[in-house]
Ligand binder design. Structure first.
Ligand code: SF4
Ligand SMILES: [Zn+2]
Length: 363
């Protein structure tokens, strides 16, 4: 049987129409980017199985995700930030890493030991373990560069997760996590709402590979993809977190509320009044109700409080966001008892009454 891959899955799986629409929407973007500069780099803090770490978070510009070039996921605007033409040379990727280290040195005051972050997180707007994005030579050079750090997280689609690649890091004694954009544990929602091609069983296989190399798994979930009502999105996240907690080796779930990114299908729906990002109350509800699961659950609502990001009424957004960030570090659901607002009533009504976009077609 052929191995699942973006190329195999593009055709004939009911995704052709999604992909065609996505290519057309993305084609409206005509900006280009410098292959010697990282897409973004910043310092922050993360809760890990070994406690809270300072993290240097790097978004490498690798030419972008193969799947995104076929059309890609309905909410993903990252490909719009990638280099045109597909590949970035080893020297350019290493130059990007050097720029990230410069950023770390310039902001060393923000790090608790005043020197360097204990954890490195590398995202690529695609798959770090896809050798068309990051060649083996570059992967090894990056592993060697960061061999003195305690922890590293690299992002990959599950099909590219092989134990040999991960051993570049684990053999150097770095605690390694593979971050997989699972989005949801429900295959139908992943296919039809997110337009992502793989199955939950692929995620389970990736977890087995990671474990074999001595690494862990972080699942990235998407709170409220398009075409789901608020209550369906909440239920999908609760179910997904519980299924992830049951996968051996999956120690952390990062739940990302959808934000409206440029040149995406979600943005098109948003312009047509067909999409609203999730309420922050929904994020709090999911975190509260899954707090007892045997997995760390964190959420970093990007663009919170704005129309394009997860938001409540405008009055309470900062307070609820602070409670969520507090929960991320302490995993204590009592933080949510300390925030309230009149708009909770509206949110409850939305959860009660909202029905999926354009459904039912016939009563
Ligand atoms: S979400 Fe990930 S897999 Fe989907 S298009 Fe974006 S980078 Fe590619
Ligand atoms: Zn409010």
């Amino acid at each position: 049987m052929s191995k699942p891959s973006p190329d195999v899955y593009e055709q004939g799986r009911g995704m052709d129409a999604h992909n065609q629409a996505m290519r057309e929407i993305r084609g409206r973007n005509d900006e280009s980017y410098d292959p010697r500069e990282p897409t973004r780099v910043w310092l922050d803090e993360d809760n890990t199985p070994d406690g809270v770490y300072d993290s240097l978070t790097i978004i490498l510009n690798t030419g972008g995700c193969r799947w995104a070039r076929a059309g890609g996921c309905t909410m993903c605007g990252y490909v719009a930030e990638s280099v045109d033409g597909g590949t970035v040379a080893h020297e350019d990727l290493m130059h990007q890493i050097e720029r990230c280290l410069e950023h770390e040195r310039e902001h060393a005051d923000d790090i608790s030991d005043g020197e360097q972050a204990g954890q490195i997180k590398i995202y690529t707007s695609g798959s770090f373990l896809d050798e068309r994005e990051v060649p083996a030579q570059t992967r090894e050079a990056i592993a060697s560069e960061f061999a003195d750090r305690d922890r590293i997280v690299v992002e990959s689609l599950p099909d590219f997760v092989d134990r040999e690649k991960i051993e570049d890091f684990t053999d150097r004694g770095i605690e390694t996590d593979i971050a997989v954009g699972l989005e949801t544990a429900t295959d139908q929602i992943r296919h039809d709402c997110v337009n992502k091609y793989f199955e939950f069983s692929e995620f389970e296989r990736a977890a087995v590979e990671a474990r074999a190399a001595g690494a862990g798994i972080k699942a990235y979930l998407l709170m409220k993809p398009p075409f789901l009502s608020e209550s369906e999105a909440i239920e999908d996240m609760k179910r997904s977190i519980r299924r992830c907690a049951d996968v051996e080796g999956c120690h952390t779930v990062s739940m990302n509320p959808t934000n409206v990114q440029q040149y995406t299908m979600v943005e098109q729906l948003y312009f047509d009044d067909g999409y609203r990002p999730p309420w922050l109350w929904s994020v709090a509800e999911v975190l509260d109700s899954t707090a007892k699961e045997d997995v760390i659950v964190v959420s970093d609502p990007v663009g919170h409080g704005s129309d394009r990001g997860p938001h409540n009424c405008g009055e309470c957004d900062d307070r609820v966001q602070r409670a969520i960030k507090d929960f991320d570090l302490r995993q204590d659901p009592s933080v949510f008892e300390q925030v309230s607002c009149e708009c909770e009533r509206t949110w409850e009504e939305v959860c009660e009454r909202e029905r999926s976009y354009s459904m039912p077609l016939v009563r």
